[in-house]
Design a protein around this ligand. Sequence first.
Ligand code: MG
Length: 194
Amino acid sequence: AIILFDGKDLSKWKSCDGGKAKWDVHDGVFTVVRNTGGIETKEKFGSFQLHIEWSAPTVIDGESQGRGNSGVFLQGRYEVQILDNYQNETYANGQAGSIYKQKAPLVNAMRKPGEWNTYDIIYNAPVFNEDGTYRVPPTVTVLHNGVLVINNYSIRGITEYVGHPVVEPHGDGPIMLQDHGNPVNFRNIWIRRL
Ligand code: MG
C-alpha cells in the first residue's frame, strides 16, 4: 500500500488551491483548519482500496450537517460523507457513510465524538463512452467500523449538494478531503491501487 499519512506530516498532500496543505498536524493526527479549504493527494488514482480513520470533534458544535462534517472525495468528485452522526439526526442520504445525496448507508455505525472511526472504501473507476456518459459507472463499497454500509453501489454522477448528479468524463483523480468548517481529525491513511 501507499502510506498517505503516517502521523508525521502532510507531504503526500496539497491544498486544493494548489499551495501547501494548511491543516494542522499534531500528536500523530491532523485536523481540519476552518476556511483553509480542502486538501488532496498529490498523486492521482484510478481504482483502489482506501483505509482512512477519522474522529469527530469532542466539543459538540452545531447540528445536522453542521456538526463534524467533512468528506472523502473519490477521484476528487464523489463524496463519501463524513459527519458526526452520533445521536445527530440529518437527512438519510447525508449521513456518515452515505454517498452524499445519492445513497444512504445501510446502517448508522457511528462511534462517539472523540472515538476513532474507520472507513474502508473499495472503489472501481468508471469507463466512459465517447459522448462522455458512463459506459461502466464508478462503483463503491464502504465499510464503516468494519460494518458494510454501502454495498457495491453504482455512482450516478458528481455528488452535488443541490440538483441531479452530473456526469462528466475524467481520468485518474486525487483523494480529496473536505473543509466543511468543522475540526474533524484524521489518522492512519493508506491506499492500494487495484
Ligand atoms: Mg461533507
